[in-house]
Design a protein around this ligand. Sequence first.
Ligand code: AMP
Ligand code: ZN
Length: 119
Amino acid sequence: MAGEPQEDCLFCKIVTGDIPATVVRETETTVAFRDINPQAPTHVLVVPRVHYPDAASLAAAEPAVAADVLREAAEVAAQDGVDASGFRVVFNTGAGAGQTVFHVHAHVLGGRGLQWPPG
Ligand code: AMP
Ligand code: ZN
């Protein structure tokens, strides 16, 4: 069924606690944890508890949960104190765009200057 946990999915295992992570926020529908290889002073991943491979498929199937992910991205930025200085929310979508984990996740990046356009 759409959204069901996938056995071989790293982020499903972080959601269930089978793989440890530094969790910074949790809601009924989302989990936010620090990226293991941070690219900025604040680098947090926000994932829905349900499994979808990317942002497009989540938004199409469960738009309310997609909104929860965005709301939590802003909450994480506020909690880390980077909301005033500015932060970036990124959904790499597809291997060609650098996506390596195929459980949708928002990268929340902040705490340093962020170039535009991104690389
Ligand atoms: P992406 O390349 O957009 O799919 O992002 C995947 C992100 O997951 C990368 O920034 C990785 O550093 C991060 N990552 C991989 N494994 C873990 C882990 N066990 N805990 C936290 N972050 C992870
Ligand atoms: Zn998953």
